[in-house]
Design a protein around this ligand. Sequence first.
Ligand code: NAD
Ligand code: DAU
Length: 356
Amino acid sequence: MKILVTGGAGFIGSAVIRHLIADTDHAVVNVDKLTYAGNLASLGEAAQSDRYAFEQVDIGDADALRAVFDRHAPDAVMHLAAESHVDRSIHGPADFIQTNLVGTGVLLEVARSYCETLPAERRAAFRFHHVSTDEVYGDLEGPEGLFTEDTPYAPSSPYSASKAGSDHLVRAWHRTFGLPVLVTNCSNNYGPCHFPEKLIPLIILNARAGKPLPVYGDGSQVRDWLYVEDHARALVTVLESGTVGETYNIGGHNEHRNLEVVERICALLEELAPAHPDGVARYADLITYVKDRPGHDLRYAIDAGKIERELGWRPRETFESGLRKTVQWYLDNDAWVEGVTSGAYREWTSHHYGMD
Ligand code: NAD
Ligand code: DAU
């Protein structure tokens, strides 16, 4: 099958493409605008495959998208392109509304008209897989309870509201136009090639540089962490075997408080990078409590029972094994870090996190 992957130069999209090229026979067309978060270096060897093609296109550009569909004639779409950072959405929601909501609407229309031109057999087999987040459900109060596929939507941030809107558009295109869609909602990912504006890579890189480790509020918020390669396998499983029109929640059964995550990273660095930056006795001494995120969601936790029962997917990494791999990856990949820590990224982080 030829799969058009949007956002394939991003954190999760690049993991999906690396998995598709390394472990399956599928061909890939990577459609990515290359915003500050897109980095072709994250594709690694996959970009050399003759089953891989790249198109630098904004998903809000209908004409350019139509040309890509005509040129490559895909059998499926995996839609990951998005503005993905909650803090940025608070400081500037417009790009989130444009890409996540309007861009998804444009992509749906182009995919629908393309799908309608396909012969009956290919049309029946066509899939539009929309990759979304558990943040559409809002947050859970207290330590009990899990998000299921039936949890009502209650997004808190401009980011999660724009993703919730895009989920609704995708389901409407199924119900109204019969587009064969699949929707997945996943918890927090972590792993290689994660842009260092997000908690885990930011903490690793700041600690190595001897800079403050910013913990929002009191650090008691809980996230449910999933190793990105487990997510990539789950997404391909849903694309290949999921039931059209269904939603699948994806998560790793790894709930941890933010402060605990930061402390674990510090402990791993003590072991894996024992030479401290000048003037730092212990990495954990760099922990700094800062102003809380406005509207900060308290706790996310996913019930992944449906995808486990119906499609047989299970995460392979524990939080211990995945976090160790992740810290080691950042220690081993200075060139990748150097490549993304420039330009717009540097302006943002220096303003918001006091990084150079
Ligand atoms: P990311 O920010 O790392 O990557 C996003 C990619 O989309 C980048 O390559 C960027 O260049 C591209 N892009 C942005 N706007 C575009 C546009 N208008 N046209 C074409 N390309 C565009 O994001 P990520 O963390 O890899 O997330 C991927 C998807 O998964 C998103 O839809 C996100 O909502 C969802 N998701 C993320 C997580 C997580 O923990 N990171 C969890 C659940 C769901
Ligand atoms: O749940 C899925 C979502 O997870 C995805 O949809 C988003 O795209 C992804 O960015 C992520 O959102 P979060 O807001 O949970 O991720 P982030 O890494 O920004 O923050 C994780 C937690 O850590 C959150 O409670 C805020 C806190 N935090 C974050 C940063 C960047 C800090 O305490 N300090 C920080 O410097």
